[in-house]
Structure formats: structure tokens, C-alpha cells
Ligand binder design. Structure first.
Ligand SMILES: Nc1ncnc2c1ncn2[C@@H]1O[C@H](COP(=O)(O)OS(=O)(=O)O)[C@@H](OP(=O)(O)O)[C@H]1O
Length: 285
């Protein structure tokens, strides 16, 4: 496994791996973040569809929102940057519930949590690790699979992350969306999101949003040389060409060996035995 540069690009905070682009000072100061009651948080374990939901929200007509970069990314000047933003802020994050700034919980800000089949999530994160100069180089899927199982990847264990949010799945300020449901019926998911945000949109507007947020449309936009800095994709990531890979459900089958599938399923059954959210994945395993 080529993993030489891990310490220069990753660091551990409270036992969880973070990119060094999330400074320790910023992570330490998260609980000093002042949330606003109308803030919307877009939360996910990495590679679960954050950009997709952000693009959906960014295309809601007259939403009057401003998408920011992830709350945990950058240094301590991040909070000033967020303070300057006068519009309704849509703030992405990959933090687990336990690490979420306390003020967001106190103010009961709206939170959309997107979840994806962990097998597809692992494959997507493997590619991101392999191709992203800001993450430690990794050569093989087999090596990455072991790291993913141990939670030795950015933002820690998928299981711990999802379970931390599971406890809050019925909170009235939290909407849970599944990636696979978005793939099956995007218009229905868009309707759920707009209703949750309290924004009225017509059926024809929903169809328009669905067209604009198709995988091919988003991938083509990301590939354009001059990205408008106000565009969702530019606000969210500096590695936009790495984000839109395949956008498929079930790609894991092309990577998992029979043994890896067995090992994964055993761990999943053990860790998620009390999870209602986990039942959603029965059709996709
Ligand atoms: N419109 C649309 N339709 C279907 N799939 C989409 C879409 N937009 C993004 N994606 C896929 O989502 C994966 C990236 O997830 P994130 O946006 O959460 O990535 S990140 O963690 O914020 O970098 C990544 O998955 P993989 O293709 O499997 O790697 C993206 O392709």
C-alpha cells in the first residue's frame, strides 16, 4: 500500500481522520460557531451525494439561498466568511452528529442527511482517494477496502457516522434522503426537499430541476473550464472533475470479491442490527 504521505495530508482529531485542509484550530472551535435559525445544513458521509442535493437546492427558483463551502473546511477565518453571508445559508458538512456544532442543535436548524449504500460509497471514496492529490495515495481496492472497514478513512467509520444520525432520524428538523431513492424517482425526492424547506414549487418547476440535476448535466457543467464561482459545484469543491465519476447504483459489484462481500455483510449485520435506516439497503446488497 502506498501510504507514505498520509501524515502530510491527513490528521486525527478526536480519533477521526480529517484532511489537513480542515485545520485543528477550526475543528476545535466548531462549538463557537453561531448558527442562524434559517440555516440549512447538508450533511452526509463523504461520497453519498452532497453535490447532487446542493445542486437541487441551488436550482429551486427564488430560493434566495447561498451555498457555502463545508463548515469544517479551511481555517478559523471560516466563521468570519460565513458571518459575512447575508442570504439564507446552505452549509454542507461531513461531520457526524456528535461533532456537529452545538448551536446548530440548539437552534434546531433544518438538516438534510443523505445516505448511500455503503458498498457504493466505499467504491466512490476509493476512486476519490486514488485520484485526489490532497488525499494519501492508495494503489489497490483491496487495501482501501481494509481501511474502509476499519473506519481508517476521512470522517471515520461509515457505520458510526450513520448510527450517530440514526438516533435523530425522527427529529422534526431533520430530513433523511437516500441516494438510491433519488436515482429511482428524482422528482419525488425534489418534492420532499422543497416541502421540507417550506418552498412552493410547481410540478413543471420540479421537472425542470430534475433535468438540470441529472448526472450527465452536472458532469458536463463540472467539466467546463471557467466555472462560475457562484455555481454550486464551484462553491463546494476545488476538485470538481473528480466528483462526477459514474453516478450509478450497484457499481460495487464490479469491485467486491465474494469474500469481501461476505466480510462486509457480516460486519454490516453486526453493526447495524438495531438500525431502521439499514433496512433500506436490503434491496441493494
Ligand atoms: N446528479 C447525480 N446523479 C447521480 N450521482 C451523482 C450526481 N451528482 C453526483 N453524484 C455522485 O455522488 C458521488 C459524490 O458524492 P458527494 O457529492 O457526496 O462527494 S463529496 O464527498 O462531497 O466529495 C459520486 O459518486 P460516484 O460516481 O459513484 O463516484 C458522484 O458521481
Amino acid at each position: 500500500m502506498s501510504f507514505q504521505n498520509q501524515s502530510s495530508v491527513l490528521h486525527k482529531f478526536k480519533g477521526i481522520l480529517f484532511s489537513t485542509m480542515s485545520s485543528e484550530e477550526l475543528l476545535n472551535s466548531l462549538d463557537f460557531f453561531n448558527a442562524r435559525e434559517d440555516d440549512v445544513f447538508l450533511v452526509s458521509y463523504p461520497k453519498s451525494g452532497t453535490h447532487w442535493i446542493a445542486e437541487v437546492i441551488g436550482n429551486i427558483p427564488n430560493a434566495q439561498i447561498s451555498l457555502t463551502s463545508p463548515i469544517e473546511l479551511g481555517d478559523i477565518s471560516k466563521f468570519d466568511e460565513l458571518k459575512m453571508n447575508c442570504k439564507r445559508r446552505v452549509i454542507p458538512t461531513h461531520l457526524s452528529y456528535n461533532m456537529l456544532p452545538v448551536n446548530i442543535k440548539q437552534k434546531q436548524c433544518k438538516i438534510i442527511y443523505i445516505i448511500r449504500n455503503p458498498k457504493d460509497t466505499a467504491v466512490s471514496l476509493f476512486h476519490y482517494y486514488r485520484d485526489n492529490p490532497n488525499l494519501p495515495g492508495i494503489e489497490t481496492w483491496a487495501a482501501f477496502f481494509e481501511l474502509f472497514l476499519r473506519g481508517d478513512v476521512v470522517y471515520g467509520s461509515w457505520f458510526d457516522h450513520v448510527l450517530s444520525w440514526e438516533e435523530h432520524k425522527n427529529d422534526k428538523n431533520i430530513l433523511i434522503i437516500f441516494y438510491e431513492e433519488m436515482k429511482r424517482d428524482l422528482s419525488k425526492s425534489i418534492k420532499k426537499i422543497t416541502t421540507f424547506l417550506g418552498i412552493n414549487v410547481s410540478d413543471s418547476e420540479i421537472s425542470k430541476i430534475a433535468r438540470k440535476t441529472s448526472f450527465s448535466e452536472m458532469k458536463n457543467n463540472a467539466a467546463k473550464e471557467n466555472c462560475d464561482p457562484n455555481h454550486t459545484i464551484c462553491a463546494l469543491t476545488s476538485n470538481r472533475n473528480l466528483v462526477f465519476r459514474k453516478g450509478a447504483v450497484g457499481d460495487w459489484i464490479n469491485y467486491f470479491t465474494a469474500k469481501q462481500r461476505r466480510v462486509f455483510d457480516e460486519l454490516f449485520t453486526e453493526k447495524m442490527k438495531h438500525s431502521e435506516l439499514a433496512r433500506h439497503f436490503e434491496d441493494y446488497f
